[in-house]
Ligand binder design. Structure first.
Ligand code: OSB
Ligand code: MG
Length: 367
């Protein structure tokens, strides 16, 4: 097929509750969505970048800019294009994985819709529904945290992840472990510690956590390997894993025993699949991360999370964990799981009337 145009839009969505991490508080989102218009039909992509470059170096205005000026022109001048070509065509542009991922996703959706194949079938899904975990932000107090976690446990989430930072770590973990017994529990530091905190992080060891996610800065892969010899809790990397090559290096260095896969962070679903396959070869389990996606991004993530080596519950929570109203039919928790969409492509339809009502910017890029 040929890529004829890409409709870009930015939408506003308020989160149901503020979400605080070690890098800041979010109350609303400004999301870049792409619609690939091809000779074979249309497809949707979601860019996972936040408003500020505080999770990684990418941010939504930057993604918009690099797409318009550097990425889309390289795709639009092709006589024929398939999702499998996008990575190679965009390789001359360094970095910008979240921007690249969004356009590859839109083209893949268009291509799969055209041939009536679901994302799940394309990626070799082995289950009709995936176990859902939930990521719980930093709270003002431990009683408030316990109330939030209690709500999620009652809703049926199969794993709780607590965001931590220096000053909000051992005590909240102890409190949740004491109150909720054997609930599968893990923590995410979003790079907030340094190797000199190893003895403090080892105080988390008695609480039987599934993993500690990204304790140290993105570049400090070797320091994670050192930390792994000083704490018993398995180390999982998120921010550091920007490609399959980065994953292979981190595994060989002993920097992680588990990987959080986020298609947006690694440049797209095809690179994410390579990381899944690589981890399976090395015997490392993976799980599907999240970036507070709408129903578009969630649909792709849930489909990929049905691949065989996604053996831990992901941050694939129900729509109502994030938004009062989603831009697709809501993803709903059923016995702690989300159903994998089975229709062509992403298998979800976008509510265009609602989408238009929350769109604050729109531009169509043509060849
Ligand atoms: O580090 O996993 C993270 C959200 C935004 C940016 C980074 C992260 C997160 C989450 C929430 O933990 C995941 C989700 O529920 O989508
Ligand atoms: Mg994380």
């Amino acid at each position: 097929m040929k890529l004829r145009a890409v409709e870009m839009r930015r939408i506003h969505l308020s989160l149901v509750a503020p979400f605080e991490t070690s890098f800041g508080v979010q109350t609303e989102r400004d999301i870049l969505l792409l619609k690939a218009i091809t000779t074979g039909g249309e497809g949707w992509g979601e860019c996972v970048a936040g408003e500020e470059p505080t999770y990684s170096s990418e941010y939504v205005d930057g993604c918009q800019h690099v797409l318009v000026h550097h990425l889309l022109p390289r795709l639009m001048d092709q006589a024929r294009i398939e999702a499998e070509d996008v990575g190679r065509l965009l390789r001359p542009v360094h970095g910008h994985q979240m921007a690249k991922s969004a356009i590859e996703m839109a083209i893949l959706d268009a291509q799969l819709r055209a041939r009536g194949e679901s994302f799940a079938a394309y990626f070799g899904a082995v289950r009709p529904a995936v176990d859902s975990g939930v990521s719980v932000g930093i709270h003002k107090s431990i009683p408030e945290l316990l109330e939030t976690v209690g709500d999620y446990v009652e809703q049926g989430y199969r794993r709780i992840k607590l965001k931590i930072k220096p000053g909000w770590d051992v005590e909240p973990v102890r409190a949740v472990r004491e109150r909720f017994g054997s609930v599968p529990l893990q923590v995410d530091a979003n790079t907030a510690y340094s190797l000199s905190d190893a003895a403090h992080l080892a105080e988390l060891d008695p609480f039987d956590l599934l993993l500690i996610e990204q304790p140290l800065p993105e570049e400090q892969v070797l320091a994670h390997a050192e930390l792994a010899t000083l704490v018993r809790t398995p180390i999982c990397l998120d921010e550091s894993i920007t490609s399959a090559q980065a994953a292979a290096d981190a595994i060989q260095l002993g920097a992680c025993r588990i990987i959080n896969i986020k298609p947006g962070r690694v440049g797209g679903y095809l690179e994410a699949r390579r990381i899944h396959d690589l981890c399976a070869e090395y015997g490392l389990p993976v799980w599907m991360g999240g970036m507070l996606e709408t129903g578009i991004g969630r649909a792709g993530n849930v489909a990929m999370a049905a691949m065989p080596n996604f053996t831990l519950p992901g941050d694939t929570s129900a729509s109502d964990r994030y938004y009062h109203r989603d831009i697709t039919a809501a993803f709903v928790l059923r016995e702690g799981r989300l159903d994998v969409p089975a229709g062509p492509g992403l298998g979800v339809e976008v509510d265009l009337e609602f989408l238009d009502s929350i769109t604050h910017w729109k531009q169509t890029v043509t060849a």
